[in-house]
Write a protein that binds this ligand. Structure first.
Ligand code: ACK
Length: 291
């Protein structure tokens, strides 16, 4: 297809990332730190005057061009996504004051699902599992429809808006699979082995079905109250274990019918795993998973 034809087929090609001027932003406090830089809470004054609370992800000034390129890729994915279960991007900002490239996102003040799972009294939160899981699947089914693979779906990358409202975040590894339904990783970016499907581990191949595998691991993290998958098993052993058809065990207190759903996400052959819309149908018939 010529570029023009592609634009006609895919109107999203024309979408631009909103460029925010640094005068429109106020930083109020530090929320956390990652390898790439810092995340601040702040405020964004939109063009028409309204002020909204935001999270500002600021790349360290010392980060190289490759890291800036990665952040741009993340912004390019996020600008295409508009869904209640996905963290919203307002725009990007090049700050001279802070000598930094920044992503301005919707603010979710309750932290990650992983921290939430680890810090709350177990029996008091079990009734929320079905709600969270349904929302994650809704967000991922939307991504699948938009032909994006997330590639880093995990409890650490789910943010909490309230006790019962969650949103998928962290699109740093996400890619469009618009032309051929899969993405092949060529770079040596570190990868979250314990969340990856065999075809990703051994053939660097990523599809919505490899996201389904990671979703199964995320579901396991939820039912395990934030335990690390495969415990202290070294990463090389995890890959051997998966190759030998080993799977994560049923978490204590998780029903065998719920564990069965996880096992279906971890079927070796990607085609034989349910898709995200399939998962919605599977859960629709079960009372603990109310949408
Ligand atoms: O796990 P957290 O509390 O949630 O700590 C990390 C930290 O920044 C470094 O990544 C938090 N974070 C990331 N994006 C957002 C956001 N949109 N709203 C609120 N906190 C965020 C993340």
């Amino acid at each position: 297809l010529s570029t023009i034809e592609k634009r006609l087929v895919n109107p999203l090609v024309n979408k631009r990332v909103v460029i925010i001027r640094e005068e429109q932003l106020t930083v109020t406090k530090l929320l956390g730190e990652g390898n790439f830089g810092k995340v601040f809470a702040g405020e964004y004054r939109e063009e028409h005057g309204q002020t909204v609370p935001v999270a500002i992800k600021a790349l360290k000034a010392t980060m190289d061009a490759k890291a800036r390129e990665e952040m741009k890729k993340e912004a390019f994915v996020m600008k295409e996504l508009s869904h209640p279960c996905i963290v919203r991007l307002y725009g990007v900002c090049q700050s001279r004051k802070m000598n930094s490239t920044m992503m301005v996102q919707e603010l979710l003040l309750m932290g990650s699902l992983l921290d939430y799972l680890k810090t709350h009294v177990k029996n008091s939160i079990r009734s929320l599992f079905g709600l969270w899981i349904t929302q994650i699947i809704h967000g991922m089914a939307y991504m699948e429809r938009k032909r994006f693979v997330h590639r880093d779906l995990a409890a650490r990358n789910i943010l909490m808006q309230s006790h019962s409202r969650i949103k998928i975040s962290d699109f740093g590894l996400s890619r469009s699979v618009d032309s051929n339904d899969y993405y092949v990783q060529h770079s040596d970016t570190p990868i979250p082995i314990a969340w990856y499907a065999p075809e990703s581990l051994f053939r660097y191949k990523f599809t919505s079905k490899s996201d389904v595998w990671s979703f199964g691991v995320t579901m396991w993290e939820i039912y395990s109250f934030g335990q690390y998958p495969y415990g202290s098993m070294p990463t090389e052993e995890i890959t051997q274990f998966i190759e030998a058809n080993g799977r994560l065990q049923r978490p204590p207190g998780c029903s065998s019918s719920t564990y069965e759903i996880m096992l279906r996400c971890w079927v070796h052959e990607p085609h034989d795993r349910p898709s995200f819309p399939d998962l919605l149908k599977i859960l629709a018939n079960r009372s603990e998973f109310i949408s």
